[in-house]
Design a protein around this ligand. Structure first.
Ligand SMILES: Nc1ncnc2c1ncn2[C@@H]1O[C@H](COP(=O)(O)OP(=O)(O)OP(=O)(O)O)[C@@H](O)[C@H]1O
Length: 349
């Protein structure tokens, strides 16, 4: 199902939680909403589910105004961080719940419900455990039950709010891969909230990066990583050097390297350059002073080495092949020339 959000705005008192959000989710897509705490991810998800009313804007399900569709007819499957299973019910009854509470004329016959529950237990790899109670399962298993329960109603859209947030790192990782495989099997349009970029990048077809109630960038994981659209996205992804620089006619001088930027050719002014450690090389100094840095420390990481460099423009972290250090005779305390291969430059506002 296609879902569209058009110009969504939502305030809680004087606080603006959504400040003009436009988004189109394609049928069968797995979309991650990624952003720091408080950026509006949950509010957006809840608004799409119809659990929150927006102050302005519109949500369309398959082109139809969602306000005109009852909550039940929206057929939204929702999974929260805390599994919220019914503790006094067996796993099978938990999964069947959404079907059993349907009005009599819409309720499938008992045998059909049982068959569907068995099918779902197999799907979430918990075959044979239907008779257990939630307390007899691990956290990861309970979250899979929550997902099976959400899938029981044959949702048109699945909304997941940090579904693995309460689990330890190893289980999270396993469930992430499992969810990706499950999605490939059932292909239901899915929106997934997370503040963990590894989770978003590994799972999603497209990632929506949110900040302060707005969307900063929408793209495939590779697009977001390779071409962060804003300073915020770069900072949020982490790991990049942030170097002040000066741009003259669209060309930046970054730690002694001249690089053509994406800025307009007539742009001149101060800017900030984001450079990832592996986009930096080092060489023997060759008489220039602009590019010279001192090596503070060297940390071997497999065939590479992480260098801490002290340059006049600031502290720089580089990741270079160890053999290039040996070849240039560079060690701790020595001086070297910094070479910037690639950078993304934003004007200082
Ligand atoms: N019912 C509410 N009443 C008042 N403020 C709220 C309410 N719900 C959310 N907010 C505020 O709106 C902002 C956005 O919240 P939201 O839960 O959407 O963020 P989030 O990106 O999902 O964050 P987190 O990762 O911490 O869940 C937050 O500052 C939050 O305090």
């Amino acid at each position: 199902m296609t879902i569209e959000a058009l110009g969504l705005e939502k305030r809680f008192g004087s606080f603006a939680a959504l400040r003009g959000v436009d988004l189109k989710v394609e049928p069968g897509e797995l979309l991650a909403l990624l952003g720091p705490s408080g950026s509006g991810k949950t509010t957006l998800l809840r608004s799409i589910a119809g659990l929150e009313t927006v102050d302005r804007g519109q949500i369309l399900y398959e082109g139809i105004d969602a306000d005109t569709i009852s909550l039940r007819d929206r057929r939204v499957g929702f999974v929260f961080q805390h599994y919220a299973l019914f503790r006094h019910m067996t796993i099978a009854d938990n999964i069947a719940f959404g079907l059993k509470v349907r009005p009599r004329r819409e309720r499938p016959p008992r045998a059909e419900i049982n068959a569907r529950v068995e099918q779902l237990l197999e799907l979430v790899q918990l075959g044979g455990l239907g008779g257990r109670f939630p307390a007899q399962l691990s956290g990861g298993q309970r979250q899979r039950v929550a997902l099976a329960r959400a899938l029981a109603i044959e949702p048109r859209v699945l909304l997941l709010d940090e579904p693995f947030g309460a689990l330890d790192a190893r289980v999270r990782k396993e469930l992430r891969r499992w969810l990706r495989r499950l999605h490939e099997e059932i292909h239901v349009t899915t929106i997934f909230v997370t503040h963990d970029q590894d989770e978003a990048f590994e799972l999603a077809d497209r990632v929506v990066v949110m900040n302060d109630g707005k969307i900063e960038q929408i793209g495939s994981p590779a697009e977001i990583y390779d071409q962060p659209a804003t300073e915020f996205v770069y900072e949020f992804l982490g790991g990049a050097n942030r170097l002040p620089c000066h741009v003259e006619g669209g060309v930046a001088l970054i730690a002694g390297t001249r690089l053509t930027t994406d800025l307009p050719r007539d742009f001149t002014g101060d800017a900030v350059a984001f450079v990832r450690p592996h986009e930096i090389g080092v060489a023997r100094p060759n008489g220039h002073i602009d590019d010279v840095a001192q090596v503070r420390s060297i940390l071997p990481i497999g065939p590479d080495a992480r260098l801490d460099l002290e340059h006049v423009s600031g502290h720089i972290e580089a990741l270079v092949p160890r053999e290039s250090l040996d070849a240039a005779g560079i060690g701790v305390g020595s001086r070297c020339a910094v070479r910037i291969a690639r950078a993304r430059v934003f004007p200082t506002s």
